[in-house]
Every structure is written in structure tokens, then in C-alpha cells.
Design a binder for this molecule. Structure first.
Ligand code: NDP
Ligand code: ZN
Length: 205
């Protein structure tokens, strides 16, 4: 772990994201403040990846600002620089597309992501799946939780090799999910049998 992390820039990102996500809540039964999520993603990267690249931590904290708030690209560029903006853009879905198509594109685009974006993508899926396991959205059925974890495992399969410790943490969570949610994750080579597979049932626009 680097002794020279630019703590001021990291804390500035946390304050920025907290303001931008103000009033947003997670979908769990306690409606936790949304900011807990990007901070958890950054913390996972710090503790598990032992990252020595500050833009990854800053982009992790900001990773849902473009997608879920009114934050503009110019704001991110001005406050955090072009490198951070470009990582955040890589992990931002095009919200003009259907949720189904976005899920499919995440599977298709994952191998093209930069190292920094892969790490954030991995940590984001890990943190979300842990939430799905331990504090799920209140109205989700068991099947929906199982499907979300299967989809996350398919995205993860596309970035495997990026960071073994993070992948091991995902695999541990996945094994726990299989036991507690009573299902078996299917291997990636069957992904096209699922709607979000590159050749799955979701029609291209
Ligand atoms: P959503 O996109 O609606 O919700 C999941 C996202 O919500 C996560 O990726 C996460 O995003 C955020 N989130 C907020 N709070 C939590 C929490 N407590 N736990 C986990 N995630 C949380 O769901 P889907 O990704 O499943 O997208 C909708 C899809 O589900 C569609 O494809 C639709 O067809 C399908 N669907 C399936 C149903 C079923 O029963 N199988 C029923 C209805 C829809 P972030 O990281 O950005 O915060
Ligand atoms: Zn996220």
C-alpha cells in the first residue's frame, strides 16, 4: 500500500460524491445512504487490491455520479482531471438503452475495459452481490437475486485475470451465495443460453 496516497484528493472525491448522491438511498430495507456504496467499492479496492494508483480510488468513489446523478463530465474533468473522468466514463452505462441491453453490453464490453475500469467493475459487482446476499432490495424475489449474481459472475468471467485477490473475494462470496440462495452458478461457456449473453435473446437496437 502506498504511503503517498493523496488523501486530500480522495477526501475531496468523497465529499463531492456525498453531495451529488444527497437524498439517494440504497434499495435495502434500511434505505441506507447511497454514498455507502461507492465508498465501499473504493474501500474494497484499497484493502483487497492494495492499490497504489490514486485515480482508481478516486474514480471508484465517483463511479456512479455520471450514471445516477446530474454530475457532468466537465465537472469531473475540472475537479478530478481527465484520467479520472475517462475511468468513470468507462464504467458508466448508457441510460438511453433498456436495462436488458445495458446488462448485455456490460458482458460484451468488459474485456475491452482498461485495467483501472476492470478493477472498479470487479469491486462494484462484488459489493453489489454482497448486498444482494446480505441486505437485498426488499421487493426482489429469490430468482431475481440468483439472476443478478449469475449476471455478475458472467461479467466477472470477462475480466478474470485483472486482479486475483479481488476475484478470489468474489468467488468466496459466490460460493456463499450458492449455499444460502440454493442455486448453482452456471459456467461462462453457457452464457448465450442466458438473455444477457452476447448472442442471447436480447435483440440489438
Ligand atoms: P436494477 O438495475 O434495477 O438494480 C440493481 C442495481 O441497483 C445494482 O446494480 C446497484 O447498482 C443498485 N442497488 C441499489 N441498492 C442495492 C442493494 N441493496 N443491493 C444490490 N444492488 C443495489 O436491477 P437489475 O440489474 O436486475 O436490472 C433490471 C433487470 O432485472 C432487467 O433486465 C429486468 O428484465 C430484470 N428483472 C428481473 C426480474 C426477475 O424477477 N427476475 C423482475 C424485474 C426485472 P449501482 O452499483 O449502480 O448502485
Ligand atoms: Zn456501483
Amino acid at each position: 500500500m502506498t504511503p503517498n496516497l493523496p488523501l486530500d484528493a480522495i477526501l475531496a472525491a468523497a465529499i463531492f460524491a456525498a453531495c451529488k448522491h444527497q437524498g439517494h438511498v440504497r434499495k435495502d430495507e434500511h434505505a441506507s445512504p447511497y454514498i455507502t456504496h461507492p465508498l465501499s467499492v473504493a474501500r474494497e479496492i484499497y484493502t483487497t487490491v492494495k492499490v497504489d494508483d490514486p485515480p482508481i480510488l478516486i474514480a471508484a468513489i465517483l463511479h456512479d455520479t455520471l450514471e445516477d446523478t446530474k454530475t457532468t463530465q466537465d465537472e469531473l474533468r475540472l475537479h478530478f482531471g481527465e484520467d479520472v473522468l475517462s475511468i468513470v466514463l468507462e464504467v458508466t452505462d448508457d441510460k438511453s438503452l433498456s436495462k436488458e441491453r445495458r446488462k448485455q453490453l456490460q458482458v460484451i464490453h468488459a474485456p475491452m475495459l482498461s485495467y483501472a475500469a476492470r478493477i472498479i467493475k470487479l469491486a462494484d459487482k462484488l459489493v453489489n452481490c454482497r448486498d444482494i446476499l446480505h441486505s437485498p432490495p426488499t421487493d426482489w424475489t429469490l430468482v431475481r437475486r440468483q439472476e443478478y449474481i449469475q449476471w455478475s459472475a458472467d461479467v466477472l468471467a470477462q475480466v478474470r485475470g485483472a486482479n486475483p485477490p479481488l476475484e478470489a473475494a468474489f468467488d468466496k462470496m459466490a460460493a456463499q451465495a450458492e449455499a444460502e440462495l440454493d442455486f448453482t452458478l452456471q459456467p461462462f461457456d453457457t452464457v448465450n443460453q442466458r438473455p444477457w449473453g452476447p448472442k442471447g435473446s436480447i435483440p440489438s437496437p
